[in-house]
Ligand binder design. Structure first.
Ligand SMILES: *Cc1c(COP(=O)(O)O)cnc(C)c1O
Length: 316
């Protein structure tokens, strides 16, 4: 798996809220380790790792992290040891966690407040032992992660050209922000009119919005674009409920409905929360008769974790 352009399928959904036409870009079908946006990013990270001749990979994420599963898999393929710094606060046994273990990842647990210190210490210890570690930010954040979704944006443009249409809106679940930053950079570079709406699954504004704005500026600057970048990131924090990992019956019902009508699995932590948030946003802002694209950013193992509750209701 090392293609930069993956051309994942875009298909129509049965959803028709407010006479809008809904499409979905299936990044969950990227053919590696259950796909998802973390695969797009990881392909580029591992290319960089190889260029630097790094021999150890260190990253950060919770037990639900799709990012950590994908990184652990990519490291295992190359027989490179993988260290995951993980918060004590979010440590359920999940399919992702089991797969990280299967790939032979090592774990260091710490409190969320101790993360930066723990990462720095771990990297120092590895260097002292003679390793050349490569560190990947949680969620694959940074210019490399942003690049992955500049590429995805260009795939969307290609689809539009081929089909002689243009999406009015692009929605997706926004977490650490590089997916949204990449889409926004793609829009600015190509000077298109898409409204890119990130539905936050955890972070609040103004911080969440600022992280994305900083990523956009950093990417554009690094790549030599002189584009006036005003603070216009649509990072919506109205549907985060209690924060990361929190979900409700409405989200479970949306997941159930999309799975029954379209055969597409969403999950309650990322894509289902974002999709349900999108429907709410469309109602709250009375959006009608538009062509709307939702990006399925992956996370299929989390669908399996939640299946019992999707079938029987929350708390079962
Ligand atoms: C990580 C993740 C996101 C959020 O992407 P960011 O680039 O961190 O904003 C969305 N959906 C899924 C399934 C993810 O794993």
């Amino acid at each position: 798996m090392d293609e930069e352009f993956l051309y994942t399928p875009i298909q129509k959904l049965k959803e028709h809220l407010n006479d809008n036409c809904f499409f979905i870009k299936r990044d969950d079908l990227i053919p590696f380790s259950f796909g998802g946006n973390k695969v797009r990013k990881s392909i580029l990270f591992f290319r960089e790792l190889e260029k630097q001749e790094a021999d150890y990979v260190v990253t950060y994420g919770s037990s639900s992290s799709n990012h950590c599963r994908v990184i652990a898999n990519m490291a295992a393929i190359r027989k490179i040891p993988c260290l995951i710094i993980s918060p004590l606060e979010n440590n359920n046994m999940t399919m992702n966690k089991m797969m990280m273990t299967l790939f032979g990842a090592e774990f260091i647990y710490c409190h969320v407040t101790e993360v930066s210190k723990t990462i720095e210490n771990s990297l120092n210890i590895l260097r002292r032992k003679g390793w050349n570690p490569y560190f990947i930010e949680g969620g694959g954040h940074g210019n490399t992660g942003t690049q992955a979704y500049v590429n995805a944006f260009e795939e969307i443009l290609k689809y539009e050209q081929d089909h002689e249409m243009q999406f009015n809106y692009i929605f997706h679940t926004s977490g650490t922000g590089s997916t949204q930053a990449g889409l926004i950079c793609g829009k600015k570079i190509n000077q298109t009119k898409h409204k890119i709406i990130g539905i936050s699954n955890a972070r609040r504004n103004p911080g969440g919005k600022q992280v994305i704005q900083d990523s956009v500026n950093s990417y554009l600057q690094k790549n030599g674009y002189i584009i006036e970048s005003k603070n216009d990131v649509d990072f919506i924090d109205d549907y985060i409920l209690g924060g990361y990992g929190d979900y409700n019956t409405e989200i479970l019902n949306v997941i159930k409905s999309v799975f029954i009508k379209d055969g597409i699995p969403l999950d309650p932590i990322y894509t289902g929360k974002g999709y349900a948030g999108m429907l709410r946003y469309i109602q709250d802002n009375n959006i009608q008769n538009q062509d709307i694209l939702f990006i399925h950013t992956g996370g299929t193992p989390l669908f399996s974790d939640a299946l019992e509750e999707i079938v029987n209701g929350k708390g079962n």
